[in-house]
Design a protein around this ligand. Structure first.
Ligand SMILES: *Cc1c(COP(=O)(O)O)cnc(C)c1O
Length: 460
């Protein structure tokens, strides 16, 4: 039995796939590439803002930049007044370079480099302090105005997290902030939880509101909290995901590889994206009393959030060209012109599961209309194949799973992995084998046709 995981239908992606543009781009670049849909990013951002507005909560969305390196998303943040969450000097430089103002940045990550702290302080960015020694380094900065900080809370419900200050450290840090006077502006507290659950986020946010009251009693400003990211993306319908988990086993993968279901991303989430924020705001921290939204309003505390993946939902896909197809007992091996480094999930003991789309080859310029591989033949029945990368590593597979193709793929067909903008695209890409990094193109609908440009325009 073929094991499938169909992504949610996406009419715009369907239109793009029927257009000849992807073939033209594959021909032009001579290798894999990613396409980006910035209007989708805008819509996701607007949905988060709408959820804040509906709940009557003051708030601010910061795009977690690590989820995708493309310039266009930072440009959209600058253009729409959204903030950006950066965790390295490079990310900070990129965000500033694309027009995001320093004061609209929040700087996260553990034990930040000195020059990251220094630049952030000079730019008036908000620094999420992760540890007591980092707070000391912040206090030693020679900044022309008070350095804006949040104190990051170690999550009591995730005791193994390596991030944040525990209860005792927070108490000490608050006194330290209070004694620092004008050198510091303590604006509140933050956390970022792994996983995608609503309840722990609401619970910890409730605690942070109480912490703001305590901090204010010490004379600190403490008028905002950040609840980090971790708003789920819903890639597929509940039924597809349940069936996938129930059926999947080693026989469905190349080399009988076995995957631990718990290592898969939860490809279906009943509450995702901006709806997850709605649910957090409507939840009652601790299980009783006022909702989080009510507590924020009552305390005059603003809610910051740092979604990465959820802002990128359906905002991009990855396109590979079939370079070879060979048969094995009972299935095939398709080899494409890129590597599994362009699908990061493969490097976490896991697999990116939404089914790729197979777009039939178009004859290349100068070739006979039938193309290099001849006319369609008896290949035309369903065909299962794993998808390998163009490297010399046996474990370089984009899909270990034997994907259920409608027919045997042919050289020159394109394989489009859907919805890859959030973390899949470029987190792990490298020029391995001296293969060039896949370029990114930005697509816009314009009247009846698609326009494209490079994400990174050539330097002038
Ligand atoms: C990674 C990260 C995020 C973004 O997480 P998503 O799951 O992509 O929403 C936000 N804040 C911090 C501090 C992070 O480390």
């Amino acid at each position: 039995m073929a094991l499938t995981l169909p992504p949610h239908p996406d009419p715009l992606a369907g239109r793009i796939h029927r257009d000849g543009l992807l073939h033209d781009l594959s021909y032009a670049f001579g290798g894999p590439f990613h396409y980006l849909l910035p209007e989708r990013f805008d819509a996701n951002l607007a949905a988060f803002r709408a959820a804040l507005a509906e709940a009557g909560v003051e708030g601010r969305v910061y795009y977690a930049k690590k989820a995708n390196k493309a310039a266009v998303f930072a440009e959209r943040c600058a253009g729409t007044g959204a903030g950006v969450d950066v965790a390295s000097h490079g990310e900070l430089r990129e965000a500033l370079g694309h027009g995001v103002r320093g004061e609209d940045l929040v700087v996260t990550g553990p034990a930040k480099a000195d020059r990251l702290l220094r630049t952030a302080a000079l730019q008036g960015s908000l620094i999420a302090v992760d540890s007591p020694d980092e707070l000391e380094r912040v206090l030693e900065l020679d900044a022309p105005r008070p350095v804006r900080v949040l104190l990051r809370r170690h999550p009591p419900a995730q005791p193994r997290s390596r991030f944040g200050l525990d209860g005792e450290q927070l108490d000490a840090a608050l006194l330290r902030c209070a004694a620092a006077g004008d050198r510091l502006r303590m604006e509140g507290f933050s956390f970022h939880l792994s996983g995608y659950e609503v309840r722990p986020r609401a619970d910890l946010a409730g605690e942070l509101v109480d912490l703001c009251r305590r901090a204010r009693a010490l004379g600190l400003r403490a008028d905002r909290i950040s609840i980090g990211g971790g708003f789920a993306v819903d890639y597929t319908a509940a039924g597809h995901w349940a069936a996938f988990l129930a059926e999947q086993g080693p026989g469905h993968y190349h080399a009988d590889r076995s995957f631990t279901p718990g290592d898969f991303y939860p490809y279906h989430s009943p509450v995702a994206g901006a709806d997850a924020l709605r649910a957090v705001l409507a939840a009652r921290p601790g299980g009783a009393g006022a909702t989080l939204a009510e507590r924020l309003r009552e305390a005059g505390v603003a809610l910051l959030l740092e979604p990465g993946r959820a802002l990128l939902d359906r905002a991009g896909s990855s396109v590979f060209r079939v370079q070879g197809v060979k048969d094995r007992a009972g299935y095939g091996i398709v080899t494409v012109d890129g590597t599994s480094l362009s699908l990061s999930e493969q490097w976490f003991n896991s697999e990116y599961l939404p089914d790729p789309a197979l777009l039939p080859a178009e004859p290349a310029v100068g070739e006979s209309p039938a193309g290099p591989t001849g006319p369609p033949t008896a290949d035309d029945g369903p065909y299962r194949a794993c998808v390998g990368g163009a490297s010399c590593l046996d474990s370089d597979l984009l899909s270990w799973r034997k994907i259920a193709f409608p027919r045997r793929p042919r050289i020159g067909d394109l394989l489009v992995y859907p919805n890859t903008a959030g973390y899949q695209m470029d987190s792990n890409e490298s020029p391995f084998h001296d293969l060039p990094l896949p370029p990114k193109v930005v697509l816009h609908g314009r009247g009846g046709r698609l326009r494209w440009r490079l994400d990174q325009r050539p330097a002038v």
